[in-house]
Design a protein around this ligand. Structure first.
Ligand code: ACO
Length: 332
């Protein structure tokens, strides 16, 4: 039987930095409020002409180079994004695949908001374990600044741009395999986080387009409470299902939405500070890109070693959630 191994990671953050100080000149907020309530100090913002696929390509190039796998061997590309280059078609994955020169490989996007990376990891795992694909490039890429309302202090302080990518490959060695992935969703909370316009639920009509309706809208406080509850339940379940104690996790990589959410979940799991990966301070919430960007930080700091166990945990619009137990398994 083929197993799926997490071979490599790469990420990209655009050059421009938007600080809390900058935001306090745009909306009624302060560095003090943002840091205390979210842990965010700054976020990266893409250039005007820089697209989600441009960022995805940069992250993917690093992931492919570090994987030791030839680009010709990549047989599927899946992108998680809620800020695609084009809202209906073509998919951002096909654009990335073309820019990388990967040929006629299977390519598609999925929409699961901040849980996107865990969802595409589960898709890669399933395709590889079924024998249908051998080397899957997965990318979480977001230009959230393009769908953020910079007059709404409740959301604009949270989001940033960036991309992360990983190569997932078939292996016969069970020790290298992704151990388990849980994913779930509950549409009864759909209205907590949404971009109201543009779909068939509220079709585009340029004459009637409500101001701001193409931007993300969020009931932050309600979302916060459901996030803490759901994330904690989800990670406890995946650890219990696999008889793994939280102390055995080398790197807990939660979705980087809010330091207080991460702290609450980490405390519930009795995680030591050094187990918890934190990038929310420098990148803010980059939705589908947040987890791979965080893994990349650990990798580039030299702290992610072969065989170490990562616990991923995400939560986002939909509502969606997911967790994964993933050993880091680079090719020797
Ligand atoms: N600066 C100053 N004051 C603010 C700001 C701001 N930027 N934003 C809100 N406030 C005010 C509010 O108006 C309110 O004032 P009031 O008491 O006078 O009415 C007060 O601060 C408290 O507002 P809350 O919304 O209750 O603040 P909270 O502590 O919940 O923090 C936040 C808001 C940061 C948005 C938090 O709720 C949060 O992180 N929510 C979860 C986000 C999340 O995880 N989303 C899921 C993933 S995102 C995705 O899927 C794309």
């Amino acid at each position: 039987m083929a197993y799926a191994a997490f071979r490599s990671i790469g990420a990209y953050a655009p050059k421009k930095i938007l600080t809390n100080e900058d935001l306090s000149k745009m909306v009624d907020t302060s560095d003090d409020w943002i840091v205390k309530r979210t842990g965010i100090k700054e976020r990266h913002i893409a250039a005007k002409d820089e697209t989600t696929s441009d960022m995805g390509v940069q992250a993917a190039k690093k992931a492919i180079e570090r994987s030791g796998i030839h680009p010709n061997e990549i047989d599927m590309v899946v992108c998680a994004t809620i800020s695609p280059d084009y809202f209906c078609m073509p998919s951002t994955a096909t654009i990335i695949s073309n820019k990388l020169g990967l040929g006629n490989v299977t390519a598609f996007d999925i929409s699961a908001a901040c849980t996107g990376f865990v969802y595409i990891l589960s898709i890669a795992k399933a395709f590889i374990e079924s024998g249908m694909k051998k080397n899957v490039l997965i990318i979480g890429a977001e230009k959230l600044s393009a769908i953020t309302d910079y007059t709404d202090r409740g959301t604009c302080i949270l989001f940033g741009d960036g991309a992360g990518a990983a190569v997932i490959s078939a292996t016969e060695n069970k020790d290298e395999a992704i151990i388990d992935i849980h994913t779930g969703a509950d549409g009864t909370y759909a209205d907590l986080l949404m971009t109201p316009n543009g779909g068939t639920g509220s079709p585009h009509d340029s004459l009637e387009l409500e101001a701001g309706a193409c931007f993300m809208q969020m009931k932050g406080n309600e979302t916060f409470k459901v996030a803490v509850r759901t994330l904690t339940k989800d990670v406890v379940e995946i650890l219990n299902d696999n008889n793994i104690e939280s102390s055995k996790i080398d790197h807990f990589v939660p979705h980087q939405a809010n330091y207080r959410i991460i702290k609450a979940v980490g405390d519930a799991l009795k995680m030591r500070d050094e187990q918890v990966v934190l990038t929310v301070g420098k990148f803010g919430n980059t939705s589908g890109a947040s987890i791979p960007m965080a893994i990349n930080e650990v990798y580039e700091s030299g702290s992610l070693k072969a065989g170490e166990l990562m616990l991923l945990d995400a939560f986002g619009g939909g509502l969606t959630w997911g967790s994964a137990l993933v050993p880091f398994s680079p090719l020797k």
